[in-house]
Design a binder for this molecule. Structure first.
Ligand code: AMP
Length: 226
């Protein structure tokens, strides 16, 4: 089977994390969520974490050179040989170019970019109720995707917390950063014919189903092209 190199694109709160976890279970491909990687580094007080913390708390993007190295190294590993799922990377044009350059070097390319579309109003509404598992970043929502047991992650049982940057002031800045720096990637990937739009305003099961259908159609198209 052809390798599947997937990118999840969309504003904060669009459901990239929720869908990324499901894809990770369905496809058994390594899942790299840069926000989770950076939060773990902050928690472990590594050099990466110390550099990233101030940017993250303000809702700004960390500098490209800080994050590109982390992803390039991950994709060079054996684990990512048959494909990968990227969530939260790339977030700028230089990051997308660095990803292309690395994949090019490995004789590979991005297979599909799933743009999870939601409006700013919906983002603001969702982020208020978002709860994140302290240990592994699994995502829940108090109303739309509640855990089976209040305050505990369904998957690993760890405590559910509100992220430091999930507050109204920071979320506004994160949305601004998205529109200014990340949204140009919609065109970038559309021009390369790998962009697939997903309606992210539906409930998580329906979004997951649309993603499944999209990937299945894409595979059929690929098979026909061979
Ligand atoms: P997320 O969990 O994806 O919402 O990311 C949380 C925060 O981590 C962002 O607001 C940024 O400060 C930082 N971050 C995550 N991924 C990237 C990236 N690819 N480039 C720059 N900053 C990032």
């Amino acid at each position: 089977m052809a390798e599947l190199n997937l990118v999840l694109l969309g504003p904060p709160g669009s459901g990239k994390g929720t869908q990324g976890e499901r894809l990770n279970e369905d496809l058994r491909l390594p899942y790299y969520a840069t926000g989770d990687i950076l939060r773990a580094a902050v928690r472990d007080k590594t050099e990466l974490g110390r550099t990233a913390k101030g940017y993250m708390d303000a809702g700004d993007l960390v500098p490209d050179e800080v994050i590109v190295g982390v992803i390039v190294e991950a994709l060079d590993s054996d684990a990512a040989r048959d494909g990968f799922i990227l969530d939260g990377f790339p977030r700028t044009t230089p990051q997308a170019e660095a990803l292309d350059a690395k994949l090019d070097e490995l004789g590979r390319r991005v297979t599909a970019v799933l743009l999870i579309d939601v409006t700013d109003d919906e983002v603001v509404r969702r982020i208020g109720g978002r709860r994140t598992c302290a240990e592994n970043g699994h995502v829940f929502h108090v109303d739309f995707n509640p855990p089976k047991r209040e305050g505990a992650c369904d998957i690993d049982g760890s405590e559910l917390i509100t992220r430091d940057d999930d507050n109204p002031a920071t979320i506004r800045n994160r949305l601004n950063q998205y529109h200014e720096k990340t949204e140009p990637l919609v065109d970038y990937y559309d021009q390369r014919s790998v962009l697939r739009r997903i309606d992210g305003e539906k409930d998580p099961d329906e979004v997951a189903e649309e993603i499944r259908r999209t990937l299945a159609t894409m595979r059929l198209e690929q098979d026909e092209a061979v």
